[in-house]
Design a protein around this ligand. Structure first.
Ligand code: TMP
Length: 219
């Protein structure tokens, strides 16, 4: 396994929290401080990961058992980490993944009831236990997030609806899990209030990353 020289960020939040919009702007904003920012996402990030994403998320997709869902996500992540994330980190790049293991703990753990310890074991096996240096959580009330998420899907004519149709109670457990994960490892998480306008949230995400990189590099 190559050594890590770069910095690995994850961006997490409920469906409709504004992650994807925030990440789209970061490349431009952070180019000069990162010298080659690499945005990526899960499930996805590789051709194999995209194929798994379609199996999990496509409208009318199969009805997976939680355990099967966990293993499919882990398979996508194994490809993503080995083929994209670790090589980029070894080359000294700054990587930000739109969702990572925090989502697995939130959705498959708190949402679908799988044991967190089992999720961590699967994560260790599939990634060589690669955890983000910092996870940025965009925190939003699921009622607001769900309305935003559904509006976005309709506007995009998206073919994905599997996870977004999980409902409010499920998204509440997901939100609680992200906040609990942040509270239990505060040095590795930053929670951003994502009820505010997108530009404000995006500027704050960029500032958090700049500050973290400045601290890491001066350490
Ligand atoms: P996205 O639309 O933000 O890309 O997320 C796709 C869906 O996949 C989202 O509803 C959350 C779900 N998901 C999981 O359930 N577990 C995971 O580990 C990941 C990465 C995503």
């Amino acid at each position: 396994m190559p050594p890590r020289a770069g910095v690995f960020f994850a961006l997490e939040g409920c469906d409709g929290s504004g992650k994807t919009g925030a990440l789209a702007h970061l490349g431009e904003v952070l180019h000069e401080v990162t010298g080659g920012f690499l945005p990526t996402r899960e499930p996805g990030g590789t051709a194999e990961g995209q194929a798994i994403r379609a199996m999990l998320l496509a409208r009318g997709a199969h009805d997976w058992e939680p355990q099967a869902e966990l293993l499919l996500i882990a398979a996508a992540r194994a490809q993503h980490v080995a083929r994209v994330i670790r090589p980029a980190l070894a080359a000294g790049r700054v990587v930000m993944s739109d969702r990572y293991v925090g989502s697995t703990l939130a959705y498959q753990g708190a949402g679908r009831g799988l044991d967190a310890a089992a999720i961590r074991t699967v994560h260790a096996l599939s990634t060589g236990d690669l955890w983000p240096d910092l996870t940025v959580v965009l925190d939003v009330d699921p009622e607001v997030a769900l309305a935003r998420g559904l509006a976005r899907l309709r506007a995009e004519g998206s073919r994905e609806d599997r996870f977004e149709s999980l409902g409010l109670e499920f998204q509440r457990r997901v939100r609680r899990s992200f906040l609990d994960q942040a509270a239990s490892a505060p040095a590795r998480h930053v929670v951003i209030d994502a009820h505010r306008p997108a530009e404000v949230v995006q500027a704050e995400v960029a500032a958090v990353i700049r500050d973290f990189l400045a601290e890491t590099r001066s350490a």
